[in-house]
Design a protein around this ligand. Sequence first.
Ligand SMILES: C[S@@+](CC[C@H](N)C(=O)[O-])C[C@H]1O[C@@H](n2cnc3c(N)ncnc32)[C@H](O)[C@@H]1O
Length: 338
Amino acid sequence: MSSDGMPGDPAAETREDHVYASVASPRAQEMLDLHYDTGGDLYKMWASPVSVCRAILLGWARSGHPAQLHYGWDLEHAASLDEAIHETTRQAVDLLQLAHVATPRIFEPGCGIGGAVTAVAQRFPNATVVGTSLVASQIDTARSRASAIGLGNTEFHVGNYLSTGFEADSVDGIYAIEALCYTPQAERQALFSEMFRILKPGAHMLVFDGVSLRDARNEEERGYIADVMAGWTIPMPCGVSEFAGYAQTAGFSVLRQDDITTHVAGSAQRIKTIARYLLQPLSCLARLPGLSTLLRPLGFGSALHARRFVSACLSQQKVFDHGLGAYYLHLLRKPLRH
Ligand SMILES: C[S@@+](CC[C@H](N)C(=O)[O-])C[C@H]1O[C@@H](n2cnc3c(N)ncnc32)[C@H](O)[C@@H]1O
């Protein structure tokens, strides 16, 4: 068993059953709904303590919680976990080089509950920021957050980022944070072709995501990888050169591919700490008949999913520590002529 402190977890015995061949399949929808709808409130714990309490008491919309489901940037130097989470989005959008565009249309494929979209829309009032997710309840949450903040420059769509329905050459910049990794291998080329199609010539796409660096060498390492894939409902992430190959085949110029794991290391450690000292005890309590109903609103509606989520949170840092995977920045540009 790979994850610390979870020997004999029944989640491990069946963790292959999250795999899906196509994001358009009913199986993918079922798995993503389980993760982001039934289990979505587990992410309320991913913020500074005050924001966690406010989200539990007030709900997502009015809590001021960052509502961003990604690693924080340089947590060791940040004023708070909330700030580190916001900083990741700032770093991503800064690389899109939008200063010269008066009214940019910015797209976030896989926008989750829209925390990054609303933060970008607040930062760039002249922009229109568009997010999509396959999970309808996430889009409901995103819309109610944007409306509670009073934003008029966001758009949220339930949909598949492999076929956005957007016009060709209509988007000034795309940033994708920990979202494109959900695409199974067979659909990755189609994903890059769709992102290329909708971007304006000369525009940039920025991706922050986990990548695979090498195969596991033993059962222990296979366990870490399997925990992360099952608990976060993702297929095996692609390698760095594989990513570049899809991008170039679609027509992109690959400007940068940087290992930025050190920038999220403090945040990976914090995820592990929250999982071990908060989520793991709560997931044990959630198995008790009297308490399961009480803990359901915190994302513990499926005991198996919650335990898998905890295992992923514990094992993700092992994946980094063992050099099995890394966190990468990929900066792509659609050439002016193609
Ligand atoms: C880890 S969350 C990241 C959310 C967001 N980028 C953030 O940083 O807060 C991954 C998101 O990708 C979405 N997703 C996965 N596959 C998708 C697809 N094919 N089309 C649209 N959204 C997808 C999920 O529904 C989820 O909202």
